[in-house]
Design a protein around this ligand. Structure first.
Ligand code: GLY
Ligand code: MN
Ligand code: MN
Length: 466
């Protein structure tokens, strides 16, 4: 079994975790066991243009990486099931001229010798070669992606193979999404994935703590973002796992705010939702803290309630519980608290039924976390009850985020004046264990007393980091 992947540049390469071809081969064997005679096709798209002829830094497709460790653009991975399962790759061939500009390539030979493909071809020959691998498959597992051209090439090949099959007897095949197959596998993290996720969590935790210690009234939000990203890169993360949200004051009520260019004002809250990506695995943390030394009374009302909901929801992350159980706990806690603060009227059941809570709480309490931040796993099983699909059960090795929040955006009717402009979310990454759960991001303080102590110390210090 090959032990090393080829570097795509010169010099000593930083290994997020050492390349181990056996790990990927083991995952492929697991796929083959489920494939029967069928075929799975995965795709690393071309680099994405940023402007003109310049590109974003490349990130491979999570499924391709999960099953091969291959990181180069424009590659097809084909797993052909059957009595002698085969792993086929289509990759960019070696090309000294292009490699001088873009970096070294594994090439067709490297696909076999380093990545363990049984056969490999130049990507240019995909259309000519793919047909014969589809001939015996009743089902092609393929995820239609954003690259419409490639979707069309797969459809063309599939139709041609279906026509041939039709003439020869068996029924034409079907294309099925890869999600139920690969998503279920990716739901439960193996030791290698957990190592990466713990590292991603640790790095993001350090970054949040640094931001909490260094944010100052008068700075711009992007200065705080810079503190986060300094830690991400310094500690070997690929960068942020999504564009960091650094929202002060009313900006914290905009769920996907990432302009990050307002000035921090003493008296406001600062909401930071930022995670690191390490070895293609994500963390996702949110903390909300005062720009000054202390929460105001109104901020504290809301913060205490969100924290109470978050802790109750974390307690509900248990092996065997359905995915929605912790969401329900978070929602029930928030509804009770909002009624208590007289922010919502009516009975608990009416509020739930009429969903009037959506005014202040409009997202779910979390999602799967893994190689994708919103990890590509199924949320529902095939099992039904009263015509409804049941939610997946949490199993040891699953990782979820727990992130309730409350948002009092300006301009929403009937919100008492003193709550307007407050946005609070608290988010941790939680691993389901055999006996309960483990909060991977517990190193970032979230208790009011701890946060205020950090902010007081930070603002008392002479040091001005600006
Ligand atoms: N930052 C993305 C999320 O929390 O889902
Ligand atoms: Mn988040
Ligand atoms: Mn999240």
């Amino acid at each position: 079994m090959p032990k090393h992947r080829p570097p795509n540049h010169f010099g000593e390469v930083f290994p997020p975790v050492p390349f181990d071809a056996g790990r990927y081969a083991k995952r492929r064997r697991q796929v083959f066991r489920q494939l029967g005679e069928d075929v799975l096709l995965l795709y690393n798209p071309p680099e994405a243009h940023r402007t003109h002829d310049l590109f974003y830094r490349y990130r491979p497709d999570s499924d391709v990486y999960y099953l091969t460790g291959f990181e180069e653009p424009e590659a097809v991975v084909l797993l052909v099931g059957g009595p002698c399962p085969r792993f086929i790759m289509f990759v960019r061939p070696r090309d000294p001229e292009r490699e001088m500009w873009d970096g070294l390539r594994a090439g067709v030979e490297g696909a076999v010798t380093c990545y363990g493909a049984d056969e490999a071809f130049p990507i240019e020959s995909f259309d000519a070669e793919i047909g014969r691998y589809l001939e015996h498959a009743r089902t092609l597992y393929f995820k239609f992606g954003r690259d419409e051209q490639f979707n069309q090439r797969v459809l063309t090949a599939f139709r041609a193979a279906a026509r041939r099959r039709h003439r020869q007897g068996p029924a034409p095949g079907v294309i099925r999404d890869t999600l139920p197959l690969l998503g279920r596998m990716r739901l439960v993290k193996d030791a290698d994935e957990l190592l990466r996720m713990r590292r991603a969590a640790d790095i993001a935790a350090e970054a949040h703590l640094r931001a909490m210690e260094r944010a100052r009234p008068g700075q711009y939000e992007f200065e705080v973002e810079a503190e986060l990203e300094y830690v991400f890169r310094k500690r070997g993360a690929l960068g942020s796992s999504y564009t960091s949200i650094v929202g002060s004051g009313p900006n914290a009520t905009i769920l996907h705010y990432n302009t990050n260019n307002s000035r921090l004002r003493d008296g406001d809250l600062l909401l930071i939702d930022a995670g690191a990506e390490y070895g293609y695995y994500a963390s996702d943390i949110t903390r909300t803290f005062p720009v000054g030394r202390q929460f105001t009374a109104a901020q504290r009302d809301i913060y205490d309630l969100v924290l109470q909901a978050q802790k109750a929801a974390i307690d509900a992350v248990q092996p065997g519980a359905r995915f929605n159980a912790y969401h329900e706990v978070a929602l029930d806690t928030l509804i009770d608290g909002l009624r208590h603060l007289r922010l919502l009227s009516g009975s608990h059941d009416e509020i739930r039924e009429l969903r009037t809570y959506l005014k202040y709480y409009m997202h779910r309490a979390g999602h799967w976390l893994g190689s994708d931040v919103h990890d590509a796993c199924t949320y529902f099983t095939d099992e039904t009850r009263n015509g409804q699909h049941l939610y997946e059960k949490l199993r040891p090795g699953c990782v979820v985020t727990v992130e309730p929040g409350l948002y009092f955006a300006p301009g929403v009717n009937d919100t008492p004046e003193h709550y307007i402009g407050i946005g609070v979310r608290i988010e941790d990454d939680v691993l389901v264990t055999r006996t309960g759960n483990e909060v991977l991001t517990a190193a970032v303080p979230k208790e009011v007393a701890d946060i205020e102590a950090i902010r007081c110390a930070a603002l008392t210090q002479e040091k001005n980091y600006a």
